[in-house]
Design a binder for this molecule. Structure first.
Ligand SMILES: *Cc1c(COP(=O)(O)O)cnc(C)c1O
Length: 360
């Protein structure tokens, strides 16, 4: 049966990395490849970026780090969520760098023998990282320089860097930057030199003040907001597998939420919310045939989508429909679904036939 195809353009991905690398000036441009490289496939994505010169990668978990290590044994791999207990030894043996997020993690890492690592500070997001009041206590501890003997990077994360509303969001970023300056200066006084990192894609776009020594870019690589100049990386197309004529008043889909206002043609596509087409697109999303919009008709099912092609007289079985691509960006689809591009990408799932367009 004809099936949808998810195409990942590795050339566009690499050009996005190069553009962000130019934007970040002298800072190193690392890649965030957590959650299977935002749904794009960690092995091909990391390999393409490594071939282009990317040396440092960020994942969320030890499992992701071990997977990446098997693909790129020489890359610097940071584990954002840190490690505890037995994970410490596994990470140490593979040379994986945990981001230590709390005093007990630092003590545990040091007690096991230490090794290359990063330290994450909470500068105001209240999510992950050492809190300023704990840092004061930590700095008094004479064992700190030994426990952090392998410290390479001190980092923090911005809460509002991708917020285009100036005012409060800009204030928040500036406050976090000031806190980062203060906290890293205090650490510098007791530790050997380390690099600093504050920016993800949003902070990279914000400007030089946020770049420090290393930026950690994720969404911009994959073509998403807030990197406005990004090239399209993800393309999702599907053939029509059935098409039918219905009468005025006929219903379409679960719950019979869509009723034909006129004699209509309804086309069925073999993908649904089980493939990341959020159910919130029911009766409201749009897909494209030859660049022209076709509305979603009825509820999104788990494995099927119905669209109204009454205004597409040429549409037929096997006609290709664009769901994500140059006409409808990931962000446009996300907005229609009431979410963000990150969630669309990470919910694409594993059922698509994937094609990788090579970097060169
Ligand atoms: C996910 C993540 C990044 C990458 O963020 P983007 O907005 O996708 O560029 C960077 N740093 C941390 C701590 C993250 O969790």
């Amino acid at each position: 049966m004809a099936a949808p195809v998810l195409t990942i353009d590795l050339g566009a991905l690499v050009r996005n990395w190069q553009a962000l690398d130019r934007l970040s000036g002298d800072a190193e441009t690392a890649a965030a490849v957590k959650a299977d490289a935002y749904g794009c496939g960690i092995a091909p994505v990391a390999q393409a970026l490594s071939n282009a010169g990317c040396q440092s990668f960020f994942v969320a978990t030890l499992d992701e780090a071990a997977t990446l290590h098997s693909v790129l044994p020489d890359a610097r791999i940071f584990i954002l969520n840190g490690v505890t207990g037995e994970e410490c030894q596994v990470a140490r043996n593979l040379g994986l760098r945990p981001c230590l997020n709390a005093p007990h993690q630092i003590a545990e890492w040091g007690a096991g023998g230490g090794g290359p690592c990063a330290l994450q500070l909470d500068t105001g997001m209240s999510r992950l990282g050492v809190e300023p009041r704990d840092l004061d206590k930590m700095l008094q501890n004479p064992a700190l320089p030994t426990a952090l003997g392998g410290l390479e990077l001190v980092m923090s994360h911005l809460a509002c860097a991708d917020d285009t509303n100036a005012g409060e969001a800009a204030d928040m970023s500036a406050r976090q930057r000031a806190a980062f300056e203060t906290l890293t200066a205090a650490l510098s006084a007791v530790l050997p030199p380390f690099k600093r990192s504050l920016a993800a894609t949003g902070g990279t776009v914000l400007g030089r003040d946020y770049h420090y020594d290393l930026v950690r870019c994720g969404i911009g690589l994959y073509g998403g907001t807030p990197f406005a100049e990004a090239e399209t990386v993800v393309h999702l197309t599907s053939p029509i597998i059935q098409i039918r004529d219905i009468e005025e008043g006929d219903a379409v889909g679960y719950g019979a939420t869509w009723r034909a206002q006129r004699p209509s043609r309804i086309a069925t596509l073999p993908l649904g919310y089980g493939d990341g087409l959020h159910r919130t697109l029911s009766d409201s999303g749009t897909v494209y045939i030859n660049g022209q919009p076709a509305p979603v008709a009825g509820r999104v099912s788990m494995d099927l989508l119905t669209i109204d092609v009454t205004d597409h007289p040429d549409a037929d079985k096997d006609t290709q429909v664009e769901i994500i691509g140059k006409t409808q960006s990931v962000d446009a689809l996300a907005t229609a679904a009431g979410t963000i591009g990150y969630e669309i990408l990470t919910s694409l799932g594993t059922r698509y036939e994937r094609r990788y367009k090579n970097a060169s």
